[in-house]
Design a protein around this ligand. Structure first.
Ligand code: IPE
Ligand code: IPE
Ligand code: MG
Length: 247
């Protein structure tokens, strides 16, 4: 099969350990078809399933998907509740797949703001996949990068006040350990669909040196072929981290 041979064209040694994706363009996909925005989110859920599968098959260790931002709470009530329903459906339908494929499930964000029904499903999925040590799938839900950084700053300030650490002890490592992503490496690759050149409050601290790939493709139209092409493009990039190049 074409896609399988393309996966084998990837160099496993140069694969990103952590891929983060801003899944954008569901609304525009639906609008183009004169359909309700929710139809776009439904179709987008199929793309999520594909991306999870391809990530696991290629050997990516961490996949983090931006599914709902703190700012997305400002959308119309009907759209928010449709997204929550869809999320519940996704978690229920994917649990067995995750268990079969050794995928560990995690969530980052202000989960306390999510409806109880979603929180129950999230807790169940986390619990039932907790011993898996294959790929980690993380959904960013009610996630905002600035809130995450503020929470870390508050926790560190508390530790200073209570004498557990001194101010000089606040460094990049201790700061990172107070983020939702403390147990993950930073993403080497950040993908955004639908052609917007912005990060929309996603992983602000963690993407300091991520390679960024923006595609015009709307999320529901995103294919495995394009995903593999992006991974190939990543493998051709020279990551300099502020130093001089090798050539
Ligand atoms: C991304 O698609 C999904 C979420 C933000 C929940 P959008 O709903 O933002 O789609 P556009 O940007 O309006 O096309
Ligand atoms: C970013 O998309 C959030 C998610 C993909 C969940 P948005 O559509 O909410 O971002 P903006 O409004 O274009 O910045
Ligand atoms: Mg959008």
């Amino acid at each position: 099969m074409k896609s399988d041979s393309e996966i084998t064209q990837l160099d496993p040694a140069l694969l990103p350990t952590h891929v983060a994706i801003i899944m954008d363009g569901n609304g525009r996909w639906a609008k183009k078809r004169l359909q309700n925005r929710v139809k776009g989110h439904e179709k987008g859920a199929d793309t999520v399933r594909m991306v999870v599968r391809i990530s696991r098959e290629t050997g990516i260790r961490f996949l983090t998907l931006y599914a709902f931002s703190t700012e997305n709470w400002q959308r119309p009530k009907t759209e928010v509740s449709a997204l929550m329903t869809l999320l519940n459906r996704f978690l229920r339908s994917e649990l067995s797949e995750m268990r079969q494929n050794n995928i560990r499930f995690a969530v980052i964000g202000e989960t306390g703001r999510l409806p109880d029904s979603v929180r129950i499903e999230i807790d169940r999925t986390i619990h039932q996949t907790r011993d898996n040590d294959g790929m980690q799938l993380t959904l960013a839900l009610s996630y905002g990068g600035r809130t995450e950084i503020l929470n870390a700053a508050r926790a560190l300030a508390d530790s200073v006040l209570s004498g557990k650490i001194d101010v000089a002890g606040i460094d990049e490592q201790s700061f990172s350990e107070h983020l939702y992503t403390s147990a993950m490496p930073d993403p080497e690759l950040l993908i955004r669909t639908s052609g917007e050149f912005r990060v929309s409050n996603f992983l602000l601290w963690q993407i300091a040196y991520s390679e960024i790939y923006v595609t015009n493709t709307l999320w529901p139209d995103f294919t495995k072929e394009e995903f593999i092409e992006i991974l190939k493009d990543f493998q051709g990039r020279e990551r300099r981290f502020g130093r001089v190049g090798t050539e």
